[in-house]
Ligand binder design. Structure first.
Ligand code: AVJ
Length: 322
């Protein structure tokens, strides 16, 4: 097994005070990153294979069709994937990069060691001209300490993970990328688009109930992290589309009256119907994206889209070099 490099800016990501205030708030929520522990990452892979979840399939289709153009346009010698998950979609891009270069380095950056292992197993046999580096880190805190290189680097943030961030977080994340980008670097961003509400809603309410399992798993993760006493059987999966904000809001809705003992030993009453927000998943329009890129000092060079206009990949450059 390949060695996993760990990086951390030292900023505390575990924060008891924070979790207490998030749960005591009238609008309760849990930090989305706790969905993606090892089991969560595995369940997410299963979601990607459901009939209803069009995102992964569509994005892969776009990549397979335009991969060579993406590699040619970016002149990529290195591929740096943030939140890489299993790296299944990335294979084509790596193969094309290998066609243009004697050797290629692929950096897989993820918060889950399990995801990094899946990524390595997915790619290890591709070619001995491919160097794979596995980096465990939190892309909300650790981007500014990434090492750079003289090679042309293609940063990638796929799967519409950007949709999990509210406007402020998205701007911070994209600005961080724009800041670390050098003149010959590029950035490939995958975004889910605004579309028929029914199609979006179905994608987050699959018939097999895998999304529900994925959602409830967050309770086991925070139970472990903060010694809490959530019971996933006391909650129902609830994912609804907020038309005004163009976003899916994924909640856990209490189906029994219950008490949670918080890390400060305070007891928190949860009533039937109370909802805990676990994830938002924004769907983007052209206008929102333009504003977001502009605020983050990024310039779109190309936009690749599928026939139905469900999903897009943007190839971006840092504005400072224009
Ligand atoms: C991995 C964050 C892009 O928002 O669509 C899938 C996660 N949540 N089903 C998404 C997810 C519920 C997914 N992202």
């Amino acid at each position: 097994m390949r060695k996993i490099e760990s990086i951390s800016s030292g900023r505390v990501s575990k924060n008891k005070e924070n979790i207490i205030s998030l749960l005591k708030n009238k609008n309760k929520s849990l930090p989305t990153k706790y969905l993606y522990d090892d089991l969560g990452s595995k369940l997410f892979e299963e979601i990607c294979d459901t009939e209803e979840y069009y995102l992964t399939r569509t994005e892969k289709e776009i990549i397979d069709q335009y991969s060579m153009d993406i590699i040619d346009t970016s002149c990529a010698q290195e591929i740096f994937e943030l939140g890489s998950g299993s790296s299944k979609k990335t294979k084509r891009l790596i193969l094309n990069a290998l066609e243009n270069n004697d050797n290629v380095t692929y950096f897989s950056f993820d918060i889950s060691a399990k995801a990094l292992k899946m990524s390595y197993n997915q790619l290890r046999k591709i070619s001995n001209k491919l160097h794979i580096r596995l980096i465990k880190g939190d892309f909300n805190n650790d981007l500014n300490i990434l090492s750079s290189s003289k090679k042309n680097r293609l940063y990638m943030f796929l799967g519409s993970t950007i949709g999990n961030f509210d406007d402020i977080q998205a701007k911070k994340f994209l600005s961080d990328i724009s800041n670390i980008m050098k003149e010959n670097d590029s950035f490939l961003l995958g975004v889910d688009r605004v579309k028929d509400e029914k199609i979006i809603k179905m994608a987050y309410n699959d018939k097999k109930g895998i999304t529900g399992k994925f959602n409830k798993n967050i309770l086991n993760v925070v139970n472990k992290e903060y010694k809490l006493n959530f019971n996933e059987n006391n909650f129902a999966h609830n994912a609804k589309y907020n038309v005004q904000k163009s976003q899916i809001e994924m909640y856990l809705e209490a189906i029994t009256q219950q008490s949670i003992i918080l890390p400060n030993k305070e007891s928190l009453d949860i009533n039937i119907g109370d909802k805990i927000l676990t994830e938002i998943s924004r769907k983007f329009s052209e206008k929102t994206l333009k504003m977001l890129f502009n605020k983050s000092a990024l310039v779109p060079i190309k936009c690749y889209t599928d026939k139905k206009n469900y999903f897009s990949l943007y190839l971006l450059k840092a504005k400072k070099y224009f």
